[in-house]
Design a protein around this ligand. Structure first.
Ligand code: ADE
Length: 224
């Protein structure tokens, strides 16, 4: 899989891909992530990528020309399955969307900034608009990092058995059950006996019950 991220702040997006699981996925060649600085596609001498909005109002708007140039350059090299715009008024990200996107070959993620992008960018290029939740970030970069992480960890070979995505919270519309590690007794707080029993059918049954009761209590909407 290949992810191309278009942004005015590439430095904000470097570190998530330089540590831990995402770094290893890139090193193993399971995914390529390319950051593109929109300013490299700017017009004129001032590296301009944004301008005032027509009709007046506070806040700058990302212009269509640099974005058009960048996307068109990328499309000359390869076809893209999705061109995604990160925006608080998009469809709210969930596990099902991450699962679907993890099956794609090449995707572009465009990060908004300031007041957003010229509507014509959305009309002409964007195939999917995604929000990571009902709150406003100062730009789409952190949202793009969240989306990329949710996708990349699902790619075959990225996680090993221990960290398998199959047992994740949400993967079966259930929250994950509680987990424990050593010591067995910490200041009188004990690990549930069943987990120490070695009886794996019983352990599985306990985990399932815990997952269901946790989901009923915390996220009944998932069971509807
Ligand atoms: N840009 C600003 N806020 C955002 C959000 N909640 N989701 C995606 N992109 C955003």
């Amino acid at each position: 899989m290949r992810i191309d991220i278009i942004t005015v702040l590439p430095e904000l997006l470097r570190s998530p891909f330089e540590a831990s699981i995402l770094k290893r996925a890139i090193e193993k060649g399971l995914v390529e992530v390319h950051l593109h600085n929109l300013r490299d596609y700017s017009l004129g001498n001032y590296n301009q990528v944004d301008d005032y909005q027509f009709g007046g109002g506070a806040g700058m708007v990302l212009m269509i020309e640099p974005i058009d140039k960048c996307i068109t350059d990328l499309q000359v090299e390869r076809d893209y399955d999705e061109i995604i715009y990160m925006t608080p008024d998009g469809q709210t990200l969930n596990q099902g969307m991450a699962n679907q996107l993890s099956l794609k070959g090449n995707i572009i993620i465009l990060c908004g900034h300031y007041k957003g992008v010229d509507q014509r960018v959305r009309d002409k290029f964007i195939t999917k608009e995604i929000s990571i939740g009902d709150y406003v970030l100062s730009g789409g970069e952190l949202a793009a990092a969240v989306l990329s992480d949710a996708i990349i960890r699902l790619l075959p070979g990225v996680l090993n058995d221990e960290t398998s995505a199959l047992t994740d919270t949400f993967q079966d519309n259930l929250l994950a059950p509680p987990v424990y590690t050593r010591p067995r007794d910490y200041k009188g707080m004990e690990v549930p006996e069943v987990l120490l029993s070695g009886n794996f059918p019983e352990i599985e049954k306990w985990r399932e019950e815990q997952a269901i009761s946790r989901t009923k209590e915390r996220r009944p909407d998932l069971l509807e």
